[in-house]
Design a binder for this molecule. Structure first.
Ligand code: GAR
Length: 209
């Protein structure tokens, strides 16, 4: 994906928005090749919306519809319409806790990325830092990947390792992973915006964080 202007990012989140804030802070620096132009959340009081508003970035709560883990058809259409109206080039999932499916991914094919708090393909799904702690691994981390029809299965763009320390709690480990996420996600989005990343089947090339 290459455009001769800053890439327009549509950011979707459900939580406090620390990944969004890291990208927005990077985008405020000269030369960053992408700009968040719209932030949407499926939870009315999600912190990400307040962080966006405080930065002057349009922010909206959009109801997710009747399902618990995915958007229903009507909600999906509303999300798509808002992203298209904002002329979004790349959809950035930043703690968006709903699975995106069929029509959404067809319309934004190859243009949806996610950050996941483990070294995929280990520990997909919910509370990945807790899964890692419970399993007893010595190293975990975070992964930026393209989104496909599966859950946390798309081509991997970038990863950063985080050691699991003796005495770690779920909270302390998650905090350390989130610190790594805040460095990795803005760098990976910049790599995409600069057209550095090529996808061949499952493999991506060109990105060196
Ligand atoms: C992040 O740790 C992200 O990796 C995780 O949600 C958190 C959101 O934090 N995402 C997932 O678990 C997706 N499967 P944030 O709202 O502070 O960016």
């Amino acid at each position: 994906m290459t455009v001769d202007r800053p890439l327009r990012l549509g950011v979707l989140g459900s939580g406090k928005g620390s990944n969004f804030a890291a990208i927005a802070d990077a985008a405020a620096l000269p030369g960053y090749p992408a700009q968040p132009v719209l932030v949407m959340a499926d939870i009315p009081d999600a912190g990400i919306l307040k962080l966006a508003e405080s930065r002057g970035i349009p922010a909206r709560y959009l109801p997710p519809g009747r399902f618990r883990t995915k958007l229903d058809e009507e909600a999906e259409a509303a999300y798509v319409a808002a992203l298209q109206a904002a002329q979004v080039d790349l959809v950035v999932l930043a703690g968006f806790m709903r699975i995106l499916k069929g029509e959404f991914l067809r319309l934004f094919a190859g243009r949806v990325v996610n950050i996941h708090p483990s070294l995929l393909p280990c520990f997909p799904g919910l509370a990945a830092w807790k899964q890692a702690l419970d399993y007893g691994v010595k190293v975990t981390g975070c992964t930026v990947h393209y989104v496909d029809q599966g859950v946390d299965t798309g081509p991997i763009i970038a990863q950063r390792a985080v050691p699991v320390l003796d005495g770690d709690t779920a909270e302390s480990l998650h905090a350390r992973i989130q610190e790594a996420e805040r460095a990795l996600y803005p760098a990976a989005v910049a790599g995409i915006a600069r057209g550095e990343i090529a996808v061949k089947g499952r493999a991506t090339t060109g990105f060196r964080p």
